[in-house]
Design a protein around this ligand. Structure first.
Ligand code: OGA
Ligand code: MN
Length: 249
């Protein structure tokens, strides 16, 4: 297996590879079915109700690690918050951007405007989550896993990178909730070999082996083409990875 990138830090992601600029060639209809090697997409894996449960549980986890200031702000806002019935029920679970303590991301980092955390247990008062997580387990190989949640602000983005090859194993699973964004995959040694995959809310993808090691992945700012990037909406992903097993000498 070809491992192209050295490990720079103990984080999950490697530093951005800079200096390249490419022409985009979007074409949703046909591109959606054109997938790179070792990539699998399950477009409607979770129903809207299930998406709401997963998103509620994830936001709850992230919210409890934030400072009192933001928690108080959210409590006050929620006292008079009454989302329009017409609003997409998944999207309605996100409060406006100002109510979350999004990190800007470092200049050499990969993610801009985000909150994230490592999850070892889901909220105990939400047992409905358990069968949903079990269904995800059926999609990937057995073994020890690590789970992260990553919440992107409306203008949040993930720049091209390969996940740190020594922080996790050979596959990466992503559950997308909220705004539909484009996942761009481009071969590290041949950037023209590129795929752009819309990730609808409720979809699940798995990238492993060739695409996991030899392609850089990024999440573009705004996905569905119905609004300019400046009017994007929030997205949360549940990222599940297998543990890195160091090769025995
Ligand atoms: C990451 C990542 C992709 C996603 O967290 O390293 O690339 O779908 N996430 O959120
Ligand atoms: Mn990644």
């Amino acid at each position: 297996m070809l491992r192209l990138f050295p490990v720079c830090r103990s984080t999950l992601r490697l530093q951005r590879v800079t200096g390249a600029s490419y022409v985009s060639h979007r074409g949703f209809g046909t591109q959606a079915t054109r997938l790179p090697p070792d990539f699998t997409l399950f477009p409607n894996f979770f129903t809207v109700d299930e998406q709401c449960l997963l998103l509620k549980a994830s936001l709850k986890k992230l919210d409890t690690m934030e400072s009192g200031k933001f928690r108080r702000r959210r409590r006050q806002f929620l006292q008079s918050y009454n989302p329009q019935p017409s609003v997409n029920p998944v999207q309605a679970l996100f409060l406006p951007d100002d109510f979350y303590d999004f990190q800007e991301g470092h200049f050499d980092g990969v993610i801009r405007r985000y909150r994230e955390m490592h999850v070892t247990a889901w909220p105990e008062d939400m047992p409905e989550i358990i069968p949903l997580i079990e269904r995800l387990r059926e999609l990937h190989p057995n073994g020890e896993i690590q789970t992260h949640i990553l919440h992107l602000a409306s203008d949040g983005t993930i720049l091209p990178h390969v996940d740190n090859v020594e922080a996790s194993g050979t596959w990466i699973m992503g559950v997308s909730l909220g705004d539909e964004r484009i996942l761009r995959l481009e071969r590290s040694d041949l950037p023209e070999e590129r795929y752009e995959i819309p990730l609808s809310s409720g979809s699940v993808y798995i990238q492993k082996d060739v695409v996991r090691y030899d392609y850089r992945h990024s999440i573009l700012q705004s996905g569905d083409g119905t609004h300019p990037p400046s009017e994007g909406k929030q997205r949360l992903s549940i990222m599940i990875r297998d543990r890195f097993i160091s090769p025995t000498p």
